[in-house]
Design a protein around this ligand. Structure first.
Ligand SMILES: Nc1ncnc2c1ncn2[C@@H]1O[C@H](COP(=O)(O)OP(=O)(O)OP(=O)(O)O)[C@@H](O)[C@H]1O
Length: 598
């Protein structure tokens, strides 16, 4: 239950609407019970009054008839209001919960989210949070409303007959306490397993869809489908068990309630007999308060029958509690993490002009780093990129070149040492300051399931909201990277790039990455194999474009090829966790590939 506390705390913000929903639930229960009880009494009293002409003439038909009409209208209106209010409160709660969970996840580093598959994350944000809607709508409100109604019922029935009031409300109260606990215990196993089964199935489905091409090529579809069907069966089995528990719960509630009604009928019968005989029976002597008449007997029995309205919702209250707790635990394991990379919120004042000018663009000193449970990658790493200079970092595959970029952009945190940007420690920069100081082409260019314009506009850091200006800048850059034909379809910049940029070739994706760098006005360019996978001609054009763009900027080019080394001011070699300078003339000269080398 403790796992639910962080979510229950969020309920405070919606206290008013939740309270209103609760009140309307009470009113609608009251109206339903009032309607049945009064109708029962009215029919019986009218029948008894009709026995003689004098009593029929004296009987007031109008007031109870008006009461019946009042309760039936009240029931309809309050039920409508209750549904509107409680569901509105639930949707507001869900929206808050989702935003809150999202806010807790956002500052987590890649390392902290590493073990979580995309499908799993999606599942936690959707299915697990949805499961928590149950808390207010099906657990707290019906249980609290039922308790208030049972107590009110006691006072109402006790007004006529204390013994019947004690038996009826005692029985209902015992059902309120004991039955939900029993239902919870019966459903706990399937309820706990359900969120996990949903998550497994979702992850399997996403894997199956995303890897469809590969699975078909290697004829591995059958195995994956088999696993998917097994996951599906597990999910159905849990849902089936919970449905059986729900059915059983309803049956037990009806049975217990039936026993309560029978008890009321018997007690009321004794009380009537007592009234007729004047010699009270032992049982009624014990319980009796006032002898009751025929119409009141009908009233009490119908009230007891109507009390099922209070019990019915609690049959399902605890049915899904185990799923809610399991979902809350899964969410907690994510949101309870403390972000391991924390950006300062305060914008650091720029250094004085001279300090700013003399400081190198980027400097690393004594940097040590290793991935958790991985190899120790860097030992006392030193690197300086003076202002406006072009530096190449070469090294064999897997030596840690991309990891170095991840440290500079604070995707990961160095274990020790210092990284400075324009003389300022990157740990003291706000996220905004750090991001606007550098432009990165990473090895894997992520394309969003969005339009061409959206995929490029995200890189623009110039403060303009002028859509025309943004579009004209994008057209210009598309022209520069040779992708203008993408914007020449009838969709123009609204061209949809599809999930992961599936409509684009590998080379086009890379050029989108380069276009983003051109749109992002930053002094330091960090390029991680920016032309990998491009043909020689395009590689030559793209590098020329990037060098032209970086004319007055600092640039770090990461590569395992010797292309364009003659344009570099400094060349370094990374190997075995160290960086060492390389003299240009010791390298085999490989000029920028020429067109004819295609
Ligand atoms: N998130 C991670 N967690 C654990 N180990 C990682 C992670 N990312 C990379 N590694 C490991 O760190 C080492 C360096 O990887 P990195 O990608 O930095 O190399 P690289 O020099 O850029 O290689 P390449 O030239 O092939 O891109 C590799 O052994 C890799 O397996």
């Amino acid at each position: 239950m403790k796992a639910l506390l962080p979510y229950l705390r969020l309920f405070k913000q919606h206290f008013l609407i939740m309270g209103l929903g609760f009140l309307l639930t009470l009113v609608s229960l009251l109206a339903a019970m009032g309607l049945l009880s009064l109708s029962g009494w009215f029919i019986s009293a009218a029948a008894l009054a009709g026995l003689t002409a004098a009593s029929a003439a004296a009987f007031n038909f109008f007031t109870p008839a008006a009461g019946v009409r009042f309760f039936s209208i009240l029931r309809t209106v309050s039920r409508y209001g209750e549904r509107m209010t409680t569901h509105n409160a639930t949707f507001s709660l869900l929206a808050d919960l989702r935003v809150w969970v999202w806010k807790q996840i956002l500052p987590l580093s890649r390392q902290q989210l590493k073990g979580i598959r995309q499908g799993d994350l999606l599942n936690r944000l959707i299915a697990d949070i949805d499961t928590l809607d149950h808390l207010y709508l099906r657990l707290i409100t019906p249980m609290a409303a039922a308790l208030v109604m049972i107590l009110s019922l006691y006072f109402f029935v006790a007004w006529f007959h204390l013994g019947i009031a004690l038996v009826l409300s005692g029985f209902l109260l015992a059902s309120w306490f004991i039955l939900p606990w029993i239902f919870y215990q019966i459903g706990i196993k399937a309820g706990t397993a359900l969120p996990q089964a949903k998550q497994t199935l979702r992850v399997q489905l996403i894997d199956l869809l995303q890897g469809q091409a590969e699975l078909s090529l290697f004829d591995a579809n059958r195995d994956y489908l088999q696993r998917f069907y097994q996951g599906e069966s597990r999910l159905y089995a849990n849902q089936y068990t919970l449905a059986k528990v729900a059915g059983l719960s309803q049956a037990m509630i009806i049975l217990c309630h039936g026993v309560a009604v029978l008890g009321v009928l018997i007690l009321a019968g004794f009380a009537m007999e007592n009234a007729v005989r004047t010699q009270p029976l032992a049982l009624s002597q014990l319980m009796n308060h006032e002898p009751i008449t025929g119409a009141v007997l009908a009233l009490l029995v119908f009230t007891a029958m109507a009390s099922i309205e209070t019990l019915q919702p609690i049959s399902l209250a605890f049915n899904q509690l185990a799923s809610s707790i399991a979902s809350a635990k899964r969410l907690n394991s994510l949101v309870n993490q403390t972000p391991d990379i924390i950006f300062t919120k305060q914008e650091l004042a720029p250094l004085s002009n001279t300090a700013e000018i003399t400081s190198p663009s980027l400097s690393l000193s004594g940097v040590c780093f290793g991935y958790p449970q991985g190899l120790h990658l860097f030992e006392q790493l030193e690197l300086v990129i003076p202002k406006g200079q072009k530096v190449a970092l070469l090294g064999p595959t897997g030596c840690g070149k991309s990891s170095l970029l991840a440290l500079i952009s604070r995707e990961y945190q160095a274990n020790s040492g210092e990284i400075r940007l324009n003389g300022q420690n990157i740990n003291s920069l706000s996220q905004c300051q750090l991001r606007s100081a550098m432009s990165i082409v990473s090895q894997r260019v992520d394309i969003f399931s969005a339009s061409l314009k959206d995929n490029l506009a995200l890189a623009i850091n110039a403060h303009t909201n002028d859509s025309k200006e943004i579009e004209s800048r994008i057209h210009q850059v598309l022209q520069q990277v040779g992708l203008e034909y993408l914007a020449q379809t009838e969709k123009g910049l609204s061209l949809w790039l599809g999930e992961g940029g599936r409509t684009l070739s590998g080379g086009e994706r890379r050029r989108i990455g380069i276009a983003r760098v051109l749109l992002h006005d930053a002094e330091l360019l960090l390029l991680d194999e920016p032309t990998e996978g491009l043909d020689n001609k395009t590689e030559r054009e793209m590098l020329a474009l990037l060098f032209e763009f970086a004319k007055d900027k600092s640039l770090l080019l990461i590569s395992h090829k010797l292309t364009a080394m003659e344009q570099m001011d400094h060349i370094y070699l990374m190997n075995n966790g160290k960086i060492a300078p390389l003299a240009k003339d010791t390298l085999p000269v490989t000029p920028l590939p020429m067109e004819h080398s295609l």
